[in-house]
Design a protein around this ligand. Structure first.
Ligand code: URA
Length: 240
């Protein structure tokens, strides 16, 4: 339960004073009935909302899979450049739906976003880092030597990358599974073995697989099974 005005502010409808005016003027219906008391307690998990005659989805919890295209920053907001948040409805940012980890601007593929800050934090915390799989195209042939070098771990300038799995799926293309999530990690690992990554695409993040039917630039909410699996990855109970 929460106050109607607080719910509307959190959903990005307006400032506290704006939504209070709106409610007093009769602009808001809860479960089909006009409510004029901004302080009325409502059950945000079940109540339906209408604002100025338009239905408004009032859920405060979202878990989203985005097929990231190249050219967007993975950030909540940037003054100069477009971000992945530009692909979602504005209300999602208002309720705190945030990317979990980062993909480089030119990386495509699976990005998971959630309103659950604890889930976000746990999936990224070093002790619990989940596996991430990428398809990497490189500027030269991949060989068993590269596979072996990835398998033992690589010495980079500022850290030692843990062992990672590299599977060669084409002359210049590999599937890489890493456990860590350091800045430019995959590109730097290839660089360390003499190959530059020319295209990088993320296929999975923990239990979550990129939905092959989701076109680049599109997103969808996770299914219940996908949500349950990610909470299990984070060793958390799914909140009720
Ligand atoms: N590793 C990289 O180098 N870039 C990414 O976007 C993700 C992992």
């Amino acid at each position: 339960m929460l106050r109607l005005d607080r719910w509307l502010v959190t959903l990005g409808v307006g400032s506290r004073s704006e939504v209070q005016k709106l409610v007093r003027r009769g602009g808001v219906k809860v479960n089909g009935t006009t409510v004029t008391d901004p302080g009325k307690q409502v059950d945000e998990s079940t109540a339906s909302l209408q604002v100025q005659g338009q239905p408004l989805d009032g859920r405060l919890t979202r878990h989203v899979m985005l097929h990231k295209p190249a050219g967007l920053l993975t950030a909540a907001r940037d003054k100069k450049q477009p971000t992945v948040m530009d692909l979602l409805p504005e209300a999602y940012a208002a309720i705190g739906c945030m990317p979990v980890g980062r993909l480089d601007k030119d990386t495509t593929g699976l990005l998971f976003l959630t309103t659950d800050g604890e889930l976000n934090h746990r999936l990224l915390s070093p002790g619990r880092h989940v596996d991430k799989t990428y398809r990497a195209e490189t500027d030269g042939a991949l060989t068993q030597e590269h596979v072996d070098a990835f398998a033992v771990g690589l010495h980079l300038s500022d850290f030692d990358a843990q062992p990672a799995k590299l599977e060669i799926i084409g002359p210049d293309t590999g599937l890489v599974t890493v456990h860590e999530g350091k800045f430019h990690q995959v590109k730097r690992m290839f660089s360390a073995v003499g190959r530059e990554v020319t295209a990088l695409h993320r296929l999975s993040f923990g239990s979550l697989r990129l939905d092959e039917t989701l076109p680049e630039g599109e997103w969808r909410e996770l299914t219940e099974d996908e949500i349950a699996a990610l909470y299990a990855d984070a060793q958390m109970e799914v909140p009720t």
